[in-house]
Design a protein. Structure first.
Length: 126
């Protein structure tokens, strides 16, 4: 379990740096509530982004984004609602859910940013 935790942190570090290089400001990381955890909360151009980070190593058949199932989406939406509760939307006017996938082979590291990966509607939490 410790290895998964440390590799997860590495994936989140890579994702956060990637987003920063794209002009995002990191607002929070690993924000936990009783019902969820938000990997990265970032902001850019008036948009607040709740990003799930998925890491996959060599030999993994599925794409990282495929691991963001309806349960994870529901937890993200609930976590976002908790994050927004009581905050004035003074510095953002929209919000969305993104997925940042980090995968690697022996030869290269691949970071993919899927903006607006899923809508909040229909997940039961927004």
């Amino acid at each position: 379990m410790g290895e998964n935790l440390s590799s997860g942190r590495i994936g989140e570090d890579i994702a956060a740096l990637f987003l920063q290089l794209k002009g995002y400001r990191i607002v929070g990381r690993n924000l936990r509530t009783h019902a969820s955890e938000l990997d990265i909360v970032a902001q850019k151009a008036g948009c607040l982004v709740f990003a799930e980070v998925k890491l996959r190593g060599p030999g993994c058949v599925s794409r990282p984004v495929e691991a963001v199932d309806w349960r994870k989406r529901d937890h993200m939406v609930k976590g976002a609602a908790h994050f927004l509760h009581g905050r004035a939307p003074s510095s953002y006017n929209t919000a969305r859910f993104d997925v940042v996938s980090v995968s690697w082979t022996r030869e290269k590291l691949v970071v993919e940013h899927i903006e607006d990966a899923f809508p909040a509607e229909g997940t039961g939490g927004w």
